[in-house]
Design a protein around this ligand. Structure first.
Ligand code: NI
Length: 171
């Protein structure tokens, strides 16, 4: 297993629509394992392929932070097939270290995806699970959480990023 480098905004790969995953082989399993190691090391609950510089439609998540094996999921070629309600809550992103802002998301989301063996599955989640699924599926579409902020919060976040870039704390 290997730790992967997490790319930070505004890396172009984060702003690019990912390509569908077509090969469900050993390389894919290795990538998923490496992504889990990288996510746990960074103390995140979700990590998408574009964040490790791969323009592909796949992400991993574990909203239990490693406590519950059943919540450890790899979602490949995800498609949101239903969503409802709304929730507001602070959100962060491993590609935006130190930036936390309230983001409105659906309270519930149903995602259709393939597992590492290529089998189609569905996940119906609420609250943090829905938030995570929507945030990570956005990454597969080249959308970052900055794009989901209100204009005011987005400007605040951009100013903070500029400050961090100037002091060398963002690269
Ligand atoms: Ni993110």
């Amino acid at each position: 297993m290997a730790l992967l480098e997490i790319v930070k905004y505004p890396a172009p790969v984060l702003l690019t629509v990912g390509k569908p995953v077509e090969k469900f082989d050993e390389d894919l399993k290795t990538l998923v394992k490496d992504m889990f190691e990288t996510m746990y090391e960074a103390k995140g609950v979700g990590l998408a392929a574009p964040q490790v510089n791969l323009s592909q439609r796949l992400f991993i998540m574990d909203c239990s932070g490693g406590e519950d094996e059943t919540q450890k999921l790899a979602l490949i070629n995800p498609e949101i097939i239903a969503r409802e309600g709304s929730q507001e809550g602070d959100e962060g992103c491993l590609s935006f270290p130190g930036i936390y802002q309230p983001i409105e998301r659906n309270m519930r989301a149903v995602v259709r995806y393939q597992d590492v063996l290529g089998r189609w599955q569905e996940l119906d989640g609420t609250e943090l699970t829905a938030r995570c699924v929507l945030h990570e599926t956005d990454h597969c579409d080249g959308i970052v959480f900055l794009d989901r902020m209100t204009i005011l919060k987005r400007e605040m976040a951009k100013r903070k990023i500029k400050r961090l870039q100037k002091t060398g704390k963002w690269e």
